[in-house]
Design a protein around this ligand. Sequence first.
Ligand code: PLP
Length: 371
Amino acid sequence: MSLFAPLANSWIASQRPYQPGRPIEEVARELGLGDVEGIVKLASNENALGPSPKAQEAMRKAIPQMHLYPDGGSFYLRQAIAKKYGISDDMTMLGCGCNEHAVLLAHAFMDKGDNWVVSERSFVVYKLVASLYHCQCIEAPMKGMTHDLDAMLAAITPRTKAVVVGNPNNPTGTMVSQADVDRFVDAVPASVVTVFDEAYMELVDPRNQVDTLKHVKAGKKPVVTLRTFSKAYGLAGLRVGYAMAQPDGIDLLNKVRQAFNVNAMAQAAAVAALEDDAHLDATRKMLVAGRAQLMDGMRKLGLDPVESVTNFILFPFQKAAGLTAALTKRKVIVRPMAGFGLPEHVRVSVGTAQENAQFLRALSEALIELR
Ligand SMILES: Cc1ncc(COP(=O)(O)O)c(C=O)c1O
């Protein structure tokens, strides 16, 4: 019996929920295992080195204060971000992961019938959020596996409120250059918010990182840069991300968030993580070695993975769902990409050397089973 469905907003009733990477515990239950030992999760682009040790220490210290509500303004964390990036603390605000910023941006800027423009193979959350607000998400074509910023510009309509560039892009692992980004910011009309989702930027070789903050600081165009503690800092479980923009943009996002959207443990850990350069360096080193190990191993198995600048690798495989299931049976969780509009692709996150080796062993067995 349908009690609620007839009462729901029509555009919500048809909404398909986001399909996250499967948790290790769920796979352990499916495989009939007593515990999670030996299962490797390479499905959600987490940091295989774990949380920053400094963040872990800060969390232990924060435990006795957990009966208190958090600082709703995340004062110390905003100060730390402001110091790191050379901005004032009214140019940043925190969210429950930068996933929340997708919702806050829609809340602040989108009205029924508006749209935002993304690339066709990009982070699916922007598509889901647009439909929640009874809005469209226009998907511009890509050049192969890389954003085509000219196509994104061409896709802008009079009802476009924002254009969202994931850089590096999930799930393709590719990046657009500084020169392309600079040209793009100049060309986007001032009536459209330009959002750079840089969830993976800190993982890129610092020599190749793209600076969008200079456009935020310049204050000539409505530009928002999003970052997260989920990837480079290994704090995905805490759910904390941040936006950087001119103060009037930050004011708007603050108006539409919940008062205590970032918990106290997350704030304490994130302040400490921002100072942990050693952990970030170790993470980048692990990724350089891990990408080489995975690319080489996959190519030797006859696959054609997409060159990645970050902590995951996309590869085409016709029986993607079958391959995912065959790997799960072998205790390796990866992500089939049907939900991202790539039904014949699989994405694997870069793990430790040992995890990557386990993936490659499982992959070679799975390919024999499926070919
Ligand atoms: C491109 C992109 N943006 C944002 C996010 C969300 O990050 P957070 O964990 O901060 O919500 C992800 C997570 O996978 C992502 O891939």
